[in-house]
Design a protein around this ligand. Sequence first.
Ligand code: SF4
Length: 288
Amino acid sequence: MVIKKAEILGYCMGVRRAVETAELACIENPDKKIFTLGPLIHNNSALEALSEKGVNVLKEDASDFVSDGQSVVIVRAHGVPPQIMENLKKKGVTVIDATCPRVLSSQKRAADYAGKGYTVFLAGDKNHGEVAGISGYARASGAECIVIEHKEDAEAVEHVPEKSVLLSQTTISKNEYDAIAAALKAKNEQLVVLNTICPATNERQNALIELCKDVDGILVIGGRHSANTKRLLRTAQELCAHSALIETAKEIPAEFFSLSRVGLTAGASTPDFVIDSVEAALSGHGSC
Ligand code: SF4
């Protein structure tokens, strides 16, 4: 069997940085308790590996955190609103900020426009931590921040003030963002539309499209609840005769062992060791 990996797969820059930051925090602070605000990553295998290294998970807003002065709290790649950061610092804990640089840039741009008197429109999922963080920065700088989830929400907006800016959650699809921007622009031509979409999702999609040309089946490795992993599966289903989403090597469907050429891709939260174990299991060297 020939096994081919997509040219770009697995951890994106921000997630890799956050995981490495947590691992380093465990090594550098052997006498302290290490916490993350919410799960660091949408992948059970990665979370189990971090837990074994001593990383504990708090609620996203840290409401369950009791400070003992001996704790390190890591802010994950999605970032948090400034109020949560300040509250943690007041409690005397060591805060390590692993917010992805791309998300930091969105937070800063939202705050800058808000400070100049703009109304901030933010396209994304209302319940997502990144959206809570970015809107928190806009509001802390004195602006109204209106979160828009879908084109229909944008169409329902009654008034887009003269000084308005639109930015997005980093992982929104470009089509969805373009539709939201068009609906708001129809109400105010002067709307400033910023491009804050991260290329990580598209890069994995494009690499998968290329890979589908060369293989008989695709295994998408990643968490079943990860949005970008599910999007990879949809593309594989459209372009390849055999496709499946698996979280670990144990879940490889039997049919894949009889294919001649199998392609592997993985979501942006899938650790390298899980990808390696799937590859090893397929080539007959691993346990599955
Ligand atoms: S998807 Fe992009 S913005 Fe989000 S953590 Fe990864 S690199 Fe950062």
